[in-house]
Design a protein around this ligand. Structure first.
Ligand SMILES: *Cc1c(COP(=O)(O)O)cnc(C)c1O
Length: 379
């Protein structure tokens, strides 16, 4: 089989092979991990250059472990507090992290337009399980902004913990044009996996405007060592290597250009794909990982065939997040769920289309034309 002409993703981390001097400096320092100088420099640069000097940032080895730490830290204690409230329309990592933190995911429905957790669905579950929810874990779906004020309010009114999964959202801006998540008092977790817009190899960031929380999470990420080599709290090893930090530091230079380019490509998809559903943007700029479209009603059952026909034309696709969490065997067994009508409808029709830093508007035209013609063929 020949390789696809337009692959689903083309990861483009900074060129490590071009950073010989920086790698030699790491070797000369003798420090390869343990929150070393490159990692600290990355955290400081990210906070300054991206978050406008607000809050603080902790580099971690991936977002999943970052979520585990942050949920473990934020979860409200209490014998009956066993749930982590989250949407079912998210990546497996969100639920896994809550489970590793000792909680049971309680899965709620999403908003039809923004694909984030539906506020009414959350409120209903928060009412029904008033003293059983330890943490709320909203998901900034596909890098879209969510209403952080609302979650800060829930935390202060109900006493629940809040951790935001914004894995794909490093580079997105909020409704007021501010960097999404900047200075948020609770923890917000971003991924720097090769497939995200902020691409490295493996890596993640926990950002928070609460310095005490940041200090706790830093100690937790280093075996819970609140004192020299002595655990004073729960911990694990979540440290980003110095080489990982070098890749992250270099990607920072590229961030604006990459996010804007991807945004323009998604606009091209919107223009070309009349009759398809798109996510309603809630911020002023979205760090798109790929282009998500909702197939016209009734075509959900033909999705596999549509994808196969696109593949035959050399176009790679996926379908995030379908199956959604409640539809996956393990989560179906261990999670609890509220009504998921909207999630079922959106997930069954979702199709993720190619996007990358180097993709051109002409390639978007090719993908869109192929999709329109394939949809005609199978309808
Ligand atoms: C990618 C992703 C993660 C996991 O990030 P890693 O850095 O690969 O661990 C978690 N949640 C969501 C929503 C994601 O898209």
């Amino acid at each position: 089989m020949t390789a696809p002409r337009i692959p689903f993703l083309r990861p483009r981390p900074a060129r490590l092979s071009r950073m010989v001097a920086e790698l030699e400096a790491i070797e000369a320092s003798g420090i390869f991990s343990n929150h070393g100088p490159v990692s600290r420099r990355f955290e400081a640069s990210l906070t300054e250059r991206w978050f406008g000097g607000r809050g603080g940032s902790l580099a971690v080895n991936n977002a999943t472990i970052g979520l585990m730490l942050a949920i473990r830290d934020a979860a409200m204690p209490g014998p009956r507090r066993r749930y982590a409230l989250m949407p079912s329309f998210t990546f497996a990592a969100t639920a896994h992290a809550a489970i590793w933190a000792g909680l049971t995911p309680l899965l709620c429905d999403i908003d039809e337009r923004t694909w984030a957790a539906d506020a009414a669905a959350e409120d209903e579950l928060l009412r029904r399980h008033a003293d059983e929810i330890a943490c709320v874990v909203p998901h900034a779906c596909f890098g879209n902004a969510i209403d952080l004020e609302r979650y800060a309010r829930l935390a202060s009114e109900l006493g629940v913990g809040v951790v935001v999964d914004a894995a794909a959202g490093l580079g997105s801006t909020g409704a007021a044009g501010d960097p999404f998540g900047a200075g948020f008092r609770h923890a917000i977790v971003y991924s720097m996996h090769a497939t995200k817009t902020f691409a490295t190899a493996e890596g993640g960031v926990i950002h928070t405007g609460d310095p005490d929380r940041l200090a706790r999470l830093r100690a937790m990420s280093d075996f819970g060592f609140g004192e020299a080599r002595s655990a004073t709290m729960p911990g694990l090893n979540a440290k980003l290597s110095e080489i990982g930090a070098l890749l992250a530091l270099a990607k920072l230079d590229d961030l604006d250009r990459v996010v804007e380019h991807r945004g323009r490509l998604v606009e091209c998809y919107r223009d070309a794909l009349d009759g398809f559903g798109f996510q309603q943007p809630t911020g002023t700029r979205q760090a798109h990982q790929f282009a998500a479209v909702v197939l016209p009603q009734g075509l959900g059952e033909r999705r596999a065939e549509i994808a196969a026909r696109l593949e035959a034309r050399g176009i790679g696709t996926r379908h995030y997040f379908s199956p959604h969490l409640a539809q996956q065997p393990y989560f179906g067994e261990v999670c609890e769920t509220g009504p998921l009508d909207v999630t079922d409808r959106v997930a069954s029709h979702i199709l993720s289309l190619p996007l990358s830093d180097e993709m051109t508007p002409e390639e978007v035209e090719v993908v869109a034309a192929a999709l329109l013609s394939v949809v005609q063929e199978v309808a």
